[in-house]
Design a protein around this ligand. Structure first.
Ligand SMILES: Nc1nc2c(ncn2[C@@H]2O[C@H](COP(=O)(O)OP(=O)(O)OP(=O)(O)O)[C@@H](O)[C@H]2O)c(=O)[nH]1
Ligand SMILES: [Mg+2]
Length: 302
């Protein structure tokens, strides 16, 4: 059964791909099972060289234009002959089951007869309250790569810890900003920028974009290590789009962002380990009734 689905997915059958992604998302099928099946079928694809990336996260505050930028990237990269996936982590979707992308924005690439077969778009619902979303997302990314898709884009809002952990799934992280809102670069933004391999300042057609790009550059230069490139674009007016898509395709990871990414992955893994410990409920009870100290709880969970 799984074997048939995987064969169909390898052959590009979109319904089979969608079904397998759902099974992975609901943790009914594990990525290891998929790997084994593909190995048995003798269809294991070569992994790309270590200098290039397979997955890239596009993150930033709500409404900065992430989806519009993803639409442009999908179009540009598909035009180059690549098969590109967009996994959109959708925090706003209250619906259980299949969350739908495009409530606000319809991606033009899906209407492009020449390109639509080269792109695959899928929402990932974050209805789960457990910390498993980044892990499920990682499995979905790995699945698409295993069945031979070339590049995976992860769109995720960069608004909180859980979102940052979704972004940290990507081999590269791109932070999208908009024009200046007069608040400069505050602490929360600085935390996100620390993970950036590149910063896009979108809506360059609006006043304040150039100013904000300069503010960001200044704030990035204050920190140690390599300074990521800051690129001005307008997804709406098609300004700087080709340059952006070429720069991102060739994007390298800086030591600084790499460390920040691994810190998030480490913390997420640690948290999941703690929360899945069978003793967690009784320990929380003891902590809340004052019969246990935090340090002892940690030791108990070791
Ligand atoms: N002026 C201008 N507006 C833009 C540009 N890019 C996107 N927008 C507009 O900004 C709004 C939000 O765009 P989205 O692409 O949905 O933004 P998002 O970051 O994906 O939003 P969420 O997914 O809700 O976080 C839309 O109304 C777009 O038309 C741009 O370059 N210039
Ligand atoms: Mg969006």
């Amino acid at each position: 059964m799984l074997n048939d689905s995987i064969l169909a997915a390898l052959g590009g059958d979109r319904r089979a791909i969608a079904r397998l992604l759902s099974a992975i998302e609901s943790e009914k099928v594990s990525i290891n099972e998929v790997k084994l099946e593909i190995e048995e079928l003798g269809k294991f694809s070569e992994s790309s060289d270590s200098d290039s990336w397979d997955s890239i996260a596009i993150t930033g505050a709500p409404g900065v234009g992430k989806s519009c930028i993803c639409d442009k990237l999908l179009t540009q990269w598909a035009e180059l002959g690549m098969n590109v996936v967009l996994l959109a982590v959708d925090p706003s979707s209250p619906r259980s089951g299949g969350a739908l992308l495009g409530d606000r924005i319809r991606l033009s690439v899906v209407d492009d007869e020449k390109l639509k077969d080269r792109v695959f778009i899928r929402s990932v619902a974050t209805r789960k309250t457990s910390g498993s979303v980044p892990f499920v997302l990682k499995d979905m990314v790995d699945f698409m790569l295993l069945i031979g898709w070339d590049k995976i884009i992860i769109e995720t809002v960069g608004a909180g810890q859980a979102d940052i952990r979704c972004a940290a799934v990507g081999d590269r992280i791109v932070v999208v900003e908009g024009p200046a809102r007069g608040d400069g670069v505050q602490a929360e933004k600085a935390g996100l920028l620390e993970l950036a391999d590149c910063v896009l300042v979108n809506k360059s057609d609006l006043p304040g974009a150039k100013k904000h790009a300069d503010e960001i550059k200044e704030s990035l230069e204050l920190a140690d290590g390599e300074v990521p490139e800051v690129i001005l674009v307008s997804a709406l007016k098609n300004q700087g789009i080709e340059e952006m898509s070429i720069a991102l395709l060739d994007l390298k990871s800086s030591g600084r962002s790499e460390k920040a990414k691994w810190r998030e992955r480490l913390l997420a893994t640690h948290e999941r380990k703690i929360m899945s410990n069978p003793k967690i409920e009784s320990i929380l009870e003891k902590l809340s009734s004052g019969t246990m100290q935090l340090e002892d709880a940690l030791e108990e969970l070791e």
